[in-house]
Design a protein around this ligand. Structure first.
Ligand SMILES: *[C@@H]1O[C@H](CO)[C@@H](O)[C@H](O)[C@H]1NC(C)=O
Length: 526
């Protein structure tokens, strides 16, 4: 073979390889190319790491399409994509919140109360941060703005008179659904902090109805938004109220999927993109791989309380209980733990960072001990690993109840934690095949979709841009007052009419009876 011929073949092989890599990388294979690269602004100034993880998967799917994405958050850069630019406002508030997560769980409203302090403070300072101010001034250059719905009312000055969409990072949130005009029925739809096995008993429906009303009232009218509004109004006196701006969203992408939650009716403007961040496994570092294999047929227990809860913030008595339990188990335990662990038995390996999805996707991992954060739950279901959930705060108790009710594993509460309980729960999950069977079934349903969640997120974002805010998606119910929506005026008028009718009939009967009586009396007289 001549040299040039060899080079030619080599070149073609390289091109083919690059093409294959590009195709494997692209999560949006089914979509036609966009009309032009768009400029997209993502606002999640008050987001935890896990909320940001949803946005990272989303931003990279958009960036793979050639769009330029700018992300404003309070967290360090985590994307290496050349089309993703991250801006960190560096205000400390969200970071501080993680210190007391074990305390948070015990406070009213699952810890929502702390936001009444941090969010107004952020609203006061954020627009003074030079990088944020600059971004705010350039906001009209973007084709679309994407806001993390939960906790981020402080970002709404950006979206005034501009098309925007929201991402419901905690999954279906009845309060957020109502903003778009889809008021969910508390007779069966879970609230943000609790879910019940179906069908709900009368008592559960009373509690659920109370929560459906209380959570929005607490957030929007009482403890949080009014305080943010005061700070924002002081800086932007001509801006419409934040809650009016919020109602002008074109679309919401919901981080849920019907196979892993209670199915509910959705509007065209509510698109499910749950488990968008889940992906097939990548190879593990060699030593970790051999350690997992080395556990033999007993297998491995993976233990992580997520990105917000750091191992060292766990009260020492809990650590002792876990170590005592692990000492009694034949499995190996891989624990995401920051700091030093004294007296750890030989079957326990700790590490401050672990590639969670690649571990969950490993054949020898039998169970995941989790705090029940939504992303961890989604990853566990996607990779078909049964769970032992120990919820700490927020929506975690709800997710724990879901795991228990769906037969995906067990839930334990921290206050009643003991080595016996841990050992019993883990042994049951590992030895009884029903948990693995249930989670594998759910996983198969979650993966069985016409389009990928990334594809849908990208398609609908581009759709809203192409259709300039897509007014055709909006449900008129979003513009109605409660009186109009519940038809209280109509019911009231009908009742009034009925009352008048009854009055009329009463009068008529009285007149007739008087006439009859009179004529009878007359006859008698005669
Ligand atoms: C509401 O949204 C539309 C389309 O997205 C936009 O054109 C309009 O200016 C927005 N209104 C306000 C008050 O922000």
């Amino acid at each position: 073979m001549t040299k040039s011929c060899k080079d030619y073949i080599k070149m073609n092989v390289i091109t083919l390889c690059l093409l294959a890599v590009a195709m494997a990388r692209s999560t949006n294979g089914g979509l036609p190319p966009p009309e032009r690269p768009y400029k997209i602004l993502m606002l999640l100034p008050a987001a935890s790491k896990s909320h940001k993880n949803v946005f990272m998967a989303f931003s990279e799917a958009l960036a793979d399409r050639g769009h330029k994405v700018v992300i404003l958050s309070g967290l360090p850069q985590s994307s290496k994509h050349p089309n993703v630019l991250e801006i960190n406002h560096e205000m400390p508030y969200m970071g501080d919140a993680s210190k007391s997560v074990f305390e948070k769980g015990k406070s009213v409203g699952g810890g929502l109360g702390t936001f009444a302090i941090t969010l107004p403070a952020m609203a006061r300072e954020m627009y003074k941060v030079p990088s944020v101010k600059q971004l705010y001034e350039k906001r009209r250059e973007f084709d679309i703005i994407i806001v993390n719905h939960m906790f981020n009312e402080i970002a709404y000055p950006f979206v005034h008179k501009l098309p925007f969409i929201t991402v419901a990072t905690p999954g279906m949130d009845a309060r957020q659904s109502a903003i778009l005009g889809n008021v969910l029925n508390p007779s069966y739809a879970p609230n943000l902090l609790g879910s019940y096995p179906h069908p709900l008993s009368v008592w559960q429906r009373i509690k659920n109805t109370f929560m459906h009303i209380f959570i929005p009232f607490f957030w929007r009218n009482w403890a949080v938004v009014p305080l943010i509004q005061k700070e924002i109004s002081a800086q932007f006196p001509d801006l419409p109220p934040l809650l009016d701006l919020e109602r002008n969203q074109s679309l919401t992408l919901i981080n849920s999927h019907f196979s892993i939650t209670t199915p509910v009716p959705l509007l065209p403007s509510q698109v499910e993109v749950g488990a968008m961040h889940c992906r097939p496994v990548k190879p593990l570092p060699q030593d970790l791989e051999s350690w997992l294999i080395g556990a033999g047929s007993e297998g491995v227990i993976y233990f992580s309380l997520g990105s917000v809860t750091r191992g060292e913030s766990m009260p020492p008595e809990y650590i002792k209980t876990f170590l005592e339990a692990f000492r009694r188990l034949p499995q190996r335990v891989l624990w995401k733990y920051e700091g030093e662990l004294k007296d750890a038995p030989d079957n326990v390996r700790i590490s401050s960072w672990l590639p969670q999805q690649d571990i969950l996707g490993h054949n020898n991992v039998k169970v995941f001990i989790s705090h029940g954060g939504l992303l961890s739950l989604q990853e566990s279901i996607y990779h078909a690993v049964p769970l032992l959930v120990l919820p700490i705060f927020g929506d975690q108790p709800r997710n724990g109840m879901f795991v228990k009710d769906s037969g995906l594993g067990h839930m334990l509460v921290w206050e009643e934690l003991s080595a016996d309980r841990i050992v019993n729960a883990l042994t049951d999950i590992i030895s009884n095949p029903k948990y693995k069977r249930n989670v594998a079934k759910m996983s198969a349903s979650l993966r069985d979709q016409l389009t990928t969640p990334q594809e849908r997120a990208v398609f609908w974002t581009e759709y809203v841009i192409r259709h300039r805010g897509s007014p055709q998606l909006r449900c008129p119910a979003a513009q109605l007052s409660w009186v109009e929506f519940l038809m209280l005026d109509v019911v009231g008028l009908l009742l009034l009419l009925l009352l008048l009718l009854l009055l009329l009939i009463h009068r008529l009967l009285k007149a007739v009876s008087t006439a009859l009586f009179n004529s009878n009396a007359k006859k008698k007289k005669d």
